[in-house]
Design a protein around this ligand. Structure first.
Ligand code: FA5
Ligand code: MG
Length: 449
């Protein structure tokens, strides 16, 4: 979300159409028993409201691969990390953005990317929204798991609700002393990693990663350096613990697991990194991380501490570890799914591979239209999702041209309707698609061709 160069140009060029029927009514919105005023930013459709608490929290349900994965991460990192279950996803924009140093014009703050209850309240877009209050409650080493909400494209790996785990560890000055606890832990983890069948590519230049923070350079350069060393050893240990068992089987024990560190940018860490793993022929982005911006800790009442934070996406990892082909499956209530993910008695993460029960035929429908003055793809994606729910598998732009005389732009999107657990009747799909077209015409004034 924070680094999407391919879309950035387009995102800057458009003004979003976020005023939908629900926001023009301005009726208050009751979420988890709390009534919120609405305004011109309100943009949460019914399909998303249904997913807001007290909806079941997938990483805590039996028969959920996300639960197996969450507990495995907590096991690998160990009891030093307190496991925290996040509160409601309805958070202030202050916690989700301002406290974390997001500039006013950051794309993440736009209604095209984020679900707003109103201008001052949104559905959290990342678990980092809870950093400030967690640190303020004096938690120093923790793992927090929660659902997060983003307006995004539709395909087998994107869903508007997914789950993240945020981890953090901060220490006071004494822990960074030579021979202190941070150094000891680094040495212990590094000794283990030296035995590991893993190739770690880590030649990130510090400048590219955002550089050291001025306060650290001036007051605690050793603490900042040790923090990065501890962060790297911890996350390399985590990645190895998660992927090695499956990698060993798939590579037939031949090659070492490959991990690479790349520079990143997050407003709330510096230096910042992303970690990727080589799996099934491509680099898979696992997480973002870095040294916590000192002003955040200072404001949280932890001015005497320095430390790191990371945030990882649970679905992406679960999809590769368990060979789950479609992100919608995590929401399936079909027993044929959940029965495959029961926790084994010994508490370890089993080497399980999802066995698809069947693949029903797709049903493609196209939407061709002239672009109105302002348009954002996410409005179209969400309208499709709102009408068709989980029956939409993906939506892709398949054609685009500018009329040579009128200079008007035309686009064609192809919607793939497919159920994961039954055959869809043609009439049903036609009715869904007609509803989509109708709403696009009414709400976004699209001129369908
Ligand atoms: C963040 O959300 C930062 N809050 C992470 C962070 C935390 C950085 C603490 C520094 C310190 P990002 O948008 O890249 O960053 O998402 C983090 C991870 O969530 C990604 O690496 C990916 O694994 C997962 N993720 C992101 N977008 C999606 C998506 N649409 N679907 C599934 N997983 C996703
Ligand atoms: Mg990212």
């Amino acid at each position: 979300m924070w680094l999407r160069p391919a879309c950035a140009v387009q995102r800057l060029a458009v003004r979003t159409l976020h005023v939908s029927a629900s926001s023009t009514q301005r009726a208050p919105l009751t979420l988890n028993g709390i009534e919120h005023p609405t305004d011109d930013y309100t943009n949460i459709p019914a399909s998303i409201l249904r997913r807001v608490h007290p909806a079941p929290q997938l990483p805590y349900l039996d028969g959920q691969p996300l639960n197996l994965l969450r507990t495995e991460i907590e096991r690998i990192l160990g009891p030093k990390y307190e496991s925290i279950r996040a509160p409601s996803p309805v958070v202030s924009t202050r916690l989700n953005f301002d406290e974390l140093g997001f500039p006013e014009d950051h794309p993440g703050r736009r209604p095209s990317d984020t679900y707003f209850v109103n201008r001052g309240t949104c559905l959290r877009t990342h678990t980092s929204a809870h950093q400030m209050e967690t640190f303020r409650a004096n938690h120093l080493r923790w793992l927090l798991t929660a659902d997060v909400f983003r307006r995004d494209e539709i395909d087998s790996s994107h869903y508007p609700v997914f789950h993240q785990m945020e981890g953090a560890s901060v220490w006071d000055e004494a822990a960074f002393a030579p021979g202190g606890s941070v150094e000891k832990e680094c040495e212990a983890m590094e000794a283990q990693l030296a035995q590991a069948q893993m190739e770690i590519a880590d030649d990130v230049s510090l400048d590219e990663a955002g550089g050291w923070q001025p306060q650290h350079l001036a007051q605690s350069p050793r603490a900042a350096e040790l923090t990065v060393r501890h962060l790297k050893a911890t996350l390399n240990t985590l990645v190895y613990g998660l992927f090695q068992p499956r990698w060993a089987v798939e590579s037939e024990g031949g090659e070492p697991l490959k991990v690479r560190w790349i520079p990143a940018f997050f407003p709330f860490t510096s230096p910042s990194f992303e970690v990727e793993v080589w799996f099934r022929g491509k680099w898979l982005e696992i997480l973002g991380c870095g040294v916590v911006q000192q002003p955040i800790l200072n404001r949280a009442g932890l001015a005497d501490k320095v430390g790191w934070a990371f945030g990882l996406g649970l679905e992406r990892i679960a999809m590769v570890l368990f060979s789950i082909p479609d992100i919608r499956l995590f929401w399936s209530e079909d027993r044929r799914f959940s029965s495959q993910f029961c926790r084994p008695a010994d508490g370890t993460l089993p080497l399980m591979t999802f066995k698809p029960y069947s693949k029903y035929p797709p049903c493609y429908k196209d939407i061709s239209f002239w672009l109105p003055g302002s348009f954002h793809e996410n409005d179209l994606f969400e309208t499709v999702r709102d009408c068709a729910g989980d029956l939409v598998e993906d939506v892709a732009c398949i054609d685009q041209f500018v009329h040579p005389k009128t200079k008007r732009e035309s686009r064609c999107y192809r919607v793939n309707y497919r159920s994961m657990d039954r055959n869809l009747e043609n009439e049903h799909v036609n009715a869904l698609h007609a509803a989509v077209l109708d709403r696009l015409r009414r709400e976004f004034r699209l001129e369908i061709r």
